[in-house]
Design a protein around this ligand. Structure first.
Ligand code: GLN
Ligand code: ZN
Length: 744
């Protein structure tokens, strides 16, 4: 039987115990010891589950307190000066969430996933490495798993690539190398014989320093078997030197990219184990037996290396188990596989492939019969013309028709705090404890409070607050055909934040208007402009599990057609501004630059198809968070959105400057309030940030807003923060230079 290998497991707990524990700790309702106990219990469940499924080599050590990359920054000693006043858990939380006057580490997407990691800041000034916590985690796992426990290490090339280099690369390499040597020595001394070194960055990064770093580190051969793990794409031009590294095994992802072609072209060294990442840890579907057979036949023809069967990546991107999803239709349920089902599948593939193949083939056939199809949608997509994606007037000509606002107009990104009362309301309604009318009445009361608050503090463009939405994607998916929803299918997004991605399983179409009622309620309460709020097609697709049998482009265009009808309805209901959020546009970028254009072309096409129906007078906003724009700016321009609001406060204006430097012509909402931190920004801070921006971008182009939606914040944080934000805009408006040319 072929050896089976896993590369990580969900760490949020089957019933989101980790989320609950972390949040309780932050509220001071749980102490540090209580938090560690929950962490331990979840880790033990992960180990036992994998062992019981029959996995041979189980990756351990990923049970992070906040984020795995943050763990490694701490252990390796990459702790910026400003966090050193704290130690232990307090330091972890300071780095993750910031403290009064001490900004947190910046956060960004983990490769092309919807998980976020904290970006290590790499200076010349390191603390001594300390791997005690990691060793303890690995040893605790070994106590349960014995030799099956394989410590998982975040590799130096990836750490370096993901970190923000604030010192010359050569110096950082010189700092990192001895730390990893020390780590391997400590693991060996603790009795470990094998270690997984995760190096996903090798699928995208290049540079001789990475090669030098890896060669120097692994060239020193010491008793520990290094299993180098790469995932999310193929090794590309790094294939040659990576496969030549003196390591015991190399894991490759065969579910994405061109690794098979690379193995066929260049061979794979017979003296190393090839970890065949054949079970897709990024989608929720059971493997198609034909695809697996073809892959294995091809590999056996290309190399004589011993094979291990493994997950394509960590299972952290999947929910725990399909078993509890009894609400899903059976034909769909039978072709779904979450983390636990993937474990079973990996073992089945390693033991009896033909038995696996025959049951799954039947289930797939039954599913294809069952799933929703709509030939009219496919037809509409086939007949799309360029004009369908083009607004009737160009930006400069539309401007005069659009709302006239004071200089530095203020707005928010859409959501306001989702209080326990709001969540409870939704729960009661779902359980049938209150009627739909009662539910709507209560939501309307929230909308009214929210509108009154925004009027009171003097925001210029208002929102209804999104109280009726659990999640920005789920809310739309639930109203569209073609989406399925789980009850317990949570995956971690960042910190304690979990999302429950919908599953696209058939054609997508709109059954009726989705947002118009709440918009009307909000707009009826105020003479100010209320923005209609939609989640864009690209984000909806990127934050869902896509169907495996239709191109992503086509799925995005189906969504765009549905949303276009919604834009038309909002406009007919009187919306003068409509925001189409695309926070996930960038994270959908393929890891390899050569595939960017293809993706961006259809992504922009889908956005334009959604928005092109807007009248010139309708101001189209879009919002993107955690984005770098420099390298995709022409595509952002091509979206042709009148206003783009960005996350900007944690990056010290770097995001805004990127846009400014690229000569972006449209309006930009400068995110001045870090909504991922509980800290209330002062007016002076926001004035300073805005002033810096104004020095580089014409005032007519700048809006003032928070970095993102306020849904996860508390009202008592949001109220002073937004009041300060409005005060900052007002203060700047009175400065003569702005008044002089501030006439929009
Ligand atoms: N409109 C959404 C909100 O305010 C946008 C969230 C996001 O960008 N992630 O919550
Ligand atoms: Zn956002």
């Amino acid at each position: 039987m072929t050896t089976t290998v896993t590369l990580g497991y969900p760490r949020i707990g089957r019933s989101r115990e980790w989320k609950k524990a972390l949040e309780a700790y932050w509220r001071q309702a749980l102490d540090a010891q209580g938090l560690y106990q929950v962490q331990q219990a979840i880790a033990e469940d992960a180990w036992r589950t994998q062992a019981q499924a029959g996995i041979d080599r189980i990756g351990v050590g990923d049970n992070a307190l906040y984020d795995w990359v943050l763990d490694w920054a701490l252990w390796l000693g990459a702790v910026p000066e400003r966090f050193r006043p704290w130690s232990g858990l307090e330091r972890v939380m300071a780095m993750a969430r910031g403290r009064e006057g001490v900004p947190a580490l910046e956060m960004t997407k983990w490769f092309d996933t919807n998980y976020h990691y904290l970006i290590p800041e790499l200076t010349e000034d390191w603390l001594p490495a300390n791997f005690q916590e990691f060793r303890e985690r690995a040893i605790a796992a070994r106590a349960v798993l014995g030799e099956k426990a394989v410590p998982m290490v975040l590799g130096p090339a990836t750490f370096l690539t993901l970190g923000r280099a604030l010192a010359p690369k050569t110096e950082l390499v010189a700092a990192l190398l001895p730390r990893y040597v020390q780590l391997f020595a400590e693991l060996q001394a603790a009795g470990f014989r094998e270690v997984q070194v995760h190096e996903p960055a090798l699928v995208m990064a290049t540079g001789t320093e990475l090669q030098d770093l890896c060669t120097a580190l692994y060239g020193q051969g010491r008793g520990l078997a290094i299993h180098l793990q790469t995932h999310f794409d193929d090794l590309g031009t790094n294939y040659g030197w990576v496969t030549a590294l003196p390591v015991a095994a190399i894991g490759l992802d065969f579910t994405r990219g061109e690794n098979l072609r690379l193995v066929q072209t260049h061979g794979f060294p017979a003296d190393k184990t090839l970890g065949v990442g054949l079970v897709d840890a990024r989608n929720v579907w059971r493997s198609r037996p034909e695809a697996i057979e073809n892959l294995l036949t091809a590999l056996q023809g290309a190399t004589t290396a011993p094979l291990a069967f493994q997950m394509s990546a960590s299972l952290q991107f999947l929910p725990h188990s399909v078993v509890r999803e009894t609400g899903l239709p059976a034909p769909l349920r039978r072709v779904l596989a979450f983390a636990d089902e993937k474990l079973a599948e990996l073992v089945a593939l390693a033991t009896d492939r033909s038995a696996y193949g025959s049951t799954v083939a039947q289930d797939w056939a039954a599913f294809v019969e069952f799933r929703p199809t709509n030939p009219a949608i496919a037809e509409r997509i086939r007949n799309l013309k360029p004009a369908d994606c083009q607004r009737s007037l160009p930006y400069t000509e539309r401007l005069a028709h659009q709302p006239q606002l004071p200089p530095l107009p203020t707005t928010t990104i859409g959501s306001f705090p989702q209080t326990p009362e709001v969540r409870n309301l939704r729960r009661q309604w779902k359980r049938g404890e209150i009627s739909e009318a009662e539910y709507q009445k209560a939501i309307d009361a929230e909308i009214e409070r929210c509108i009154r608050f925004q009027e009171e503090i003097g925001l210029d463009v208002l929102v209804h607050g999104e109280f009726e939405r659990t999640d920005m994607v789920e809310f739309f998916g639930q109203q569209l055909a073609g989406f399925a929803f789980t009850e317990h299918g949570w995956v971690l997004s960042y910190g304690s934040r979990c999302v429950r991605p919908p599953i696209v399983y058939g054609d997508i179409w709109r059954r009726g208007s989705m947002t118009v009622r709440e918009f009307r309620v909000a707009q009826s309460l105020t003479p100010k402009i209320v923005k209609g709020m939609l989640t864009g097609p690209v984000t909806t697709l990127n934050w869902s599990f896509a169907r495996p049998d239709l191109s992503r482009r086509e799925q995005a265009l189906q969504l765009a057609l549905a949303l276009q009808d919604e834009v038309a309805d909002l406009q007919a209901a009187g919306a003068q501004a409509i925001q189409i959020d695309e926070p996930a546009l960038r994270e959908g970028l393929p890891l390899k630059k050569e595939r960017w254009d293809e993706y961006l072309t259809w992504a922009v096409e889908a956005f334009r198809l959604t928005s092109a129906i807007a009248q010139p007078a309708t101001q189209i906003h879009t919002h993107m968070c955690y984005s770098e724009f420099g390298d995709i700016i022409e595509h952002i321009e091509a979206m042709d959105a009148d206003v783009l609001s960005i996350e900007n406060s944690r990056s010290n204006n770097a995001t805004l400057f990127e846009i400014a430097d690229a000569g972006y012509r449209y309006q930009v909402g400068n995110g001045v309030y870090d909504v991922h931190s509980p800290v209330v920004p002062t007016t002076a801070q926001m004035v300073a940030q805005l002033r810096e921006g104004l020095a580089r971008i014409p005032v007519q182009q700048i809006w003032v807003n928070p970095d993102c939606g306020l849904k996860t914040r508390q009202w008592d944080e949001v109220k002073p923060a937004l009041a300060n934000m409005v005060a900052a805009a007002k203060q700047l408006r009175t400065e003569t230079v702005l008044v002089a040319d501030g006439d929009r």
